[in-house]
Design a protein around this ligand. Structure first.
Ligand code: AMP
Length: 216
């Protein structure tokens, strides 16, 4: 199964991806997670990307395209992929379509999570993540059992540097100008399913599963 999950910051891409993986045997490839890992490990790629990420700006297309092309060559992608946060610009989408066609894995479904700004703002500013295992919490909607500590691995939770209202506004501008046209591009190919991502997460997931069932 060859899937993209798209939506602005805080739309629930990470949470929904975790649920999708429980029932579909494909790797979750989040370009944001890959970049953050590179920043943590001080790689050359991480050093190139850090200033863009901290500012809420997009990392240059050629850097991202090369990173994804390399990742898709790994054996776990033989059954397909769930790409999260990529492609985010039309340049990336065109490069990716060429790559995906070349390896016989064209995009079958784009799940577009639609969420209004005030809901995103509430989710983003309350989001806390585990830097070690990647578990995602929310101070009000999904708190950890012990405040500030990951339920899964016991690490201290952190707030992402870009999870502020100010950065969210910048990320939304990037989304509207660069990423919304990507959804429109895939719409012309007839592969987009829009889902109301402001609903309760089990309802969002049920609608995603219904869309994926149609592909099988
Ligand atoms: P995310 O975790 O998907 O919100 O991504 C965090 C940050 O990583 C973004 O604000 C960008 O700076 C960078 N990033 C992630 N994916 C991409 C992409 N496909 N193109 C450009 N920059 C990206």
């Amino acid at each position: 199964m060859n899937l993209l999950i798209m939506g602005p910051a805080g739309a629930g891409k990470g949470t929904m991806s975790d649920l999708i993986l429980k029932s579909h045997d494909i790797p979750h490839i989040s370009t944001g997670d890959m970049l953050r890992e590179n920043v943590r490990n001080n790689t050359e790629l991480g050093m190139q990307a850090k200033s863009y990420m901290d500012a809420g700006r997009l990392v240059p297309d050629d850097v991202i395209n090369a990173m994804v092309a390399k990742r898709l060559q790994e054996p776990d992608c033989a059954k397909g992929y769930l790409l999260d946060g990529y492609p985010r610009t039309l340049v990336q989408a065109r490069a990716f379509d060429e790559l995906a066609a070349g390896i016989g894995k064209p995009v079958e479904c784009v799940i577009a999570l639609d969420v209004p700004f005030d809901v995103l703002a509430e989710r983003i500013t309350g989001r806390r993540i585990c830097p070690k295992c990647g578990a995602i919490y929310h101070v009000k909607n999904h708190p950890s059992r012990v405040e500030g500590i990951c339920d899964v691995c016991g690490s201290a939770l952190v707030q992402r540097k870009d999870d502020t209202l100010e950065q969210l506004k910048v990320r939304m501008e990037e989304y509207d100008s660069s990423t919304a046209p990507v959804i429109a591009y895939y719409e012309t190919k007839g592969v987009v399913t829009h889902i109301n991502g402001a609903q309760a997460s089990d309802q969002v997931f049920a609608e995603i599963e219904a869309a994926l069932a149609k592909l099988a």
